[in-house]
Design a binder for this molecule. Sequence first.
Ligand SMILES: [Zn+2]
Length: 62
Amino acid sequence: MSKHCENCGCAIRSGYCTNCQGEAYIAFVQAPEMDFSREFMDKAWEQVTGQKNAEQRGANNG
Ligand SMILES: [Zn+2]
C-alpha cells in the first residue's frame, strides 16, 4: 500500500511526504518525543496544516 506525493512524487510514509513534509514526518513520526526547536515545529505544523500559526494567543494587530 505505497502512496506517492502528488506534488513531488516522493513516497508517503505514515501519511507524510518525506520530501515536502520532511519536518512534519520527523517531528510526528520519526521522533515525536524529541524536543525540537520552535522554528522546526512551526515548519512541521505549517506542512500538515498548510498554513502558518494563524491562531496565536496575544497576537498583535489582528
Ligand atoms: Zn512531496
